[in-house]
Design a protein around this ligand. Structure first.
Ligand code: PHE
Length: 525
C-alpha cells in the first residue's frame, strides 16, 4: 500500500482540502488512497469535531483485463480492419499472423457487420477509409468515469466480459464545528503543574476513544481437549471419585493385559494392535509403584468416602498376586476353569505403551484389596494403539474411565449410573448393546442418540469386572466392580464441530483455532 504523499499526515490533507472544497467526496479528492486509511484519518478528525462525514455506498464499473486492452489498443474489429487496410488486400488465411487469434476470430464478423471490410474471393479488402471505434471510445469513457454514459449498455458489456461492477465506499466530508487547518496540540496527561498554574482550564485535552479495541495480547490457551477434560473432571469430583495417577504411559504386559484376564494369544496383544517398547524391552516383576501410591494416599485422605480409613498397602503381596493371575489363566482358579494354556512369564514383563487406562484401574483395584471398601476412581489420560490413522482415528487418544467398587452392585446399577453420567453431557437417551471384553462380563457398548447427527452413535464401553480379574487381587467375593470407558476426543469433536481428528491433535493443528476456541459447558448446548 503506497503511503499517501510520502510521510505526510493524511489528516492535514483532509483539513486543507476542506478549505477550498466543501463538501468533498473522498473518491474524487483522494482517488489513490486506500479506503481504510481515509476512514482512519476521518475518524481521528471526527472524534475531535473537526470534520463531519457521511458514508456513501455506490456501485462503480471497472474494466476487465480484456476491456482494458481494448481501451488501450482498440477493439478486435478495429485491429482486423487496420491489418486489412495496411495490406490493401489480405488473404483470410494470413489474418491470424497479423492480429491475435482472439481478434481474428471475433473481429472479422464484426468488421463485416460494420461494413469496414468485405470479402474478395479468399481475401479481405477494406471498404472504409477511416473508422470510428465505438467500443474503444466507450471503454475509455468507462475507465475515466467508472460509469456508462447510457446505463442500458452495461448489461451487454458485462456479458461480453469487458466490464464488471464493484462496490465502492466513499465519504462525503464537510467541516465540523471545530475545523482548523491542523490538529491543535493535544494534552494527554493532567499534571500537577497544570493544576498549580491553572493551565488545565484552557488546555486542549485529547479526547478518549472509548471505542478503541485493546491490542491483542499474546497469551497461552487451553487446548479444547483440556477444556472438555476439565468439565469431565468436575463431574467426577462432584461425585467423590478419586483421580487415578496415570502419568506413566509405559506399562508392563501384566498390568495392561494379564491382570485383566486377557489371554496371551488375544489379538489385541499382537504387534499390529499394540506398540511394544524395544529399549528397554521388559520390566521387573509386578510390584508397588511408590509414586502412584503416594498420590492415591493423598487423594484418599481428602475424600469423604475414604477419610476414615487408610490403605495399608504394605499388606499387599505382589508375588502371590502374580502367581494367582498365572493360575487363573493356566489351570483355572477361584472357581473358574481358566483358559488352560501354557502361561508365558516373559509376556508379563514385556513393556508396552498402554493400550487403555484400565491398566491403571487394575493397579488401583489391586491396591484396594489391602483394605477392601466401596471406592470410586476415574482417570482421563492418553492411550496408544497401533491403528491406521484416518479422519477419526489416531495412534494415540485419550480415554475417560470410571471404576466403581461396592457391595451388592448389579448390572442395572451400572446402567443407571451411566444414564446419570451421560445426562450430565446432555445425552438423555441411551441404548445398551451386549459386547465382549475379556475382563468384564457382562459387557455393554453404550449408544447415545445424537440429535445433531440424527443417529445413534457409540459413546462408550462398559461392564462388570470378572471374578477372574478381581479374586486373584484378593478382593472379597461380594465386592462387585463395574467400569466404563469412552474417548475424550469424540465428545470434544462434537462440541467443537471438528470432523477431522487431525485438526485437534498432532502436527496439523492450527494454533489460531486452539487460541480462539470458546469455553465449553458439557451440559449446555
Ligand atoms: N478398557 C475398555 C476400552 O478400552 C473400556 C472399559 C473400561 C470397558 C472398563 C469396561 C470396563 O474400551
Amino acid at each position: 500500500v503506497p503511503l499517501h504523499n510520502g510521510n505526510r499526515d493524511l489528516t492535514l490533507d483532509i483539513l486543507e482540502a476542506l478549505e477550498s472544497t466543501e463538501p468533498f467526496q473522498t473518491q474524487s479528492q483522494f482517488p489513490d488512497v486506500p479506503q481504510a486509511e481515509i476512514k482512519a484519518a476521518l475518524d481521528r478528525l471526527a472524534s475531535r469535531s473537526m470534520v463531519e462525514y457521511d458514508t456513501q455506498d455506490r456501485e462503480i464499473v471497472v474494466l476487465t483485463a480484456e476491456g482494458q486492452q481494448i481501451a488501450d489498443e482498440g477493439s478486435h474489429e478495429y485491429k482486423v480492419w487496420k491489418a486489412v487496410k495496411e495490406s490493401g488486400k489480405l488473404s483470410i488465411k494470413e489474418l491470424p499472423q497479423k492480429v491475435a487469434a482472439e481478434s481474428a476470430k471475433v473481429g472479422q464478423g464484426n468488421a463485416f457487420k460494420l461494413k469496414w471490410i468485405k470479402k474478395d474471393g479468399d481475401s479481405l479488402v477494406p471498404i472504409a477509409d477511416s473508422v470510428q471505434d465505438v467500443t474503444r471510445e466507450l471503454l475509455e469513457h468507462v475507465a475515466t468515469n467508472a460509469a456508462f454514459p447510457d446505463p442500458k449498455q452495461l448489461k451487454d458489456y458485462q456479458k461480453r466480459k469487458l466490464v464488471a461492477t464493484q462496490k465502492q465506499i466513499a465519504y462525503k466530508v464537510r467541516k465540523g464545528p471545530r475545523w482548523a487547518k491542523e490538529i491543535p496540540v493535544e494534552v494527554t496527561d493532567l499534571t500537577a503543574e497544570m493544576l498549580e498554574d491553572g493551565s488545565w482550564q484552557t488546555a486542549n485535552f485529547k479526547p478518549y476513544n472509548f471505542k478503541a479495541l485493546g491490542a491483542n495480547q499474546n497469551s497461552g490457551a487451553l487446548h479444547p481437549l483440556n477444556k472438555v477434560r476439565e468439565e469431565f473432571r468436575k463431574i467426577f469430583f462432584n461425585w467423590d471419585f478419586i483421580e487415578m495417577p496415570t502419568a506413566r504411559f509405559v506399562d508392563s504386559g501384566f498390568w495392561n493385559f494379564d491382570a485383566l484376564f486377557v489371554p496371551q494369544q488375544h489379538p489385541a496383544r499382537d504387534l499390529q494392535d499394540t506398540f511394544y517398547v524395544s529399549d528397554p524391552p521388559s520390566s521387573g516383576p509386578p510390584g508397588p509403584d511408590p509414586i502412584a501410591d503416594a498420590a492415591l494416599d493423598e487423594m484418599e485422605a481428602d475424600s469423604a468416602t475414604f477419610s476414615t480409613s487408610t490403605s495399608k498397602s504394605s499388606k499387599l503381596d505382589y508375588a502371590k498376586y502374580a502367581s494367582d493371575v498365572c493360575a487363573v489363566h493356566e489351570t483355572g482358579a477361584f472357581g473358574s476353569i481358566g483358559y488352560r494354556y501354557p502361561y508365558n512369564e516373559a509376556e508379563t514383563t514385556r513393556l508396552v505403551l498402554r493400550t487403555h487406562t484400565t491398566a491403571v484401574s487394575t493397579y488401583c483395584l489391586h491396591r484396594l484389596a489391602a483394605n477392601p471398601r466401596p471406592a470410586r476412581y476415574f482417570s482421563i489420560d492418553r492411550v496408544f494403539r497401533n491403528e491406521t490413522v484416518d479422519a477419526t482415528h489416531l495412534a494415540e487418544f485419550h480415554q475417560i474411565e470410571g471404576v466403581i467398587a461396592d457391595y451388592g452392585l448389579t448390572l442395572g446399577g451400572l446402567m443407571d449410573f451411566l444414564a446419570s453420567f451421560f445426562k450430565k453431557l446432555g445425552i438423555t437417551n441411551l441404548r445398551f448393546k451386549p459386547a465382549y471384553n475379556p475382563y468384564t462380563e457382562p459387557s455393554m457398548e453404550v449408544f447415545g442418540f445424537h440429535a445433531g447427527l440424527d443417529k445413534w452413535v457409540e459413546i462408550g464401553n462398559s461392564g462388570m469386572f470378572r471374578p477372574e480379574m478381581l479374586l486373584p487381587m484378593g478382593l472379597p467375593e461380594d465386592l462387585r466392580v463395574y467400569g466404563f470407558g469412552l474417548s475424550l476426543e469424540r465428545p470434544t469433536m462434537i462440541k467443537y464441530g471438528v470432523s477431522n481428528i487431525r485438526e485437534l491433535l498432532g502436527h496439523k493443528v492450527d494454533l489460531g483455532f486452539i487460541e480462539s476456541n470458546a469455553a465449553v459447558r458439557l451440559d449446555k448446548d
